[in-house]
Design a binder for this molecule. Sequence first.
Ligand SMILES: [Zn+2]
Length: 255
Amino acid sequence: MFGLGRGRRRRALLETPLPEAQRSAMRRMAPLVTRLPAELAARHEGVVQVLLAEKRFEGAGGFAVTEDMRLAIAGQAALLQLRAGADYYPGLHSIVVYPEAFVVAHETPDDDGLVHLDEGELSGESWQHGTVVLAWDDVRRESKKRDGYNVVLHEFAHQLDDQNGEADGTPVLRDRALAARWQPAFQGAFEEHQRRLKRRREVLFDEDAAENPAEFFATAVELFFEYPADLRREFGAVYEALAAWLELDPAAGLG
Ligand SMILES: [Zn+2]
């Protein structure tokens, strides 16, 4: 491969369809991808090829990551990279897969410099240093079911948010016009969600989404694919901002 630069290698991968066996495995593992219109399906497969070739998939503690697992994860992560100028998660090097929910200990310093140890059971995590961590049993369940939760979309959305160095609910946006719409759309929806929770109204976003703008954004990406019509009806400005950013319109059949 000497002399064949990353750009050329990528262009070749982007034009390589998945072999039929992989295509049907991906569709079985992650039925969300079957909703793509035909003209996007080919591009999507190309992005899946890039992710499979460029990212390292590792099992945690000896867990064997199978091709089905890689296809389920890459197939859904690729949905966030169909836009023009997509850069395929440049900071992400590895995807670590645990068999089931894992316990993580975090040391977080507070304002006084004291370090707190938080422990929690997680089904997914996105690290700023180039790693996404996923629990396979949650990935499998949430990929097959349309229930508003999708840990793959959630964690890869965090990766995109972190790409500009700040986990603040605003990923890299292609132009100023979109950036100008983004902030008020998300800020307004985040505050509205908190008000609804306080009034104990039935809510589209869950309680975790009220934690901070980064969680709200990652949850919005899940809902954009899982319940697009509901998201568009309840938080139209957020839906429109996500549709413009990802260049997809799932409420109208993902096209
Ligand atoms: Zn999160």
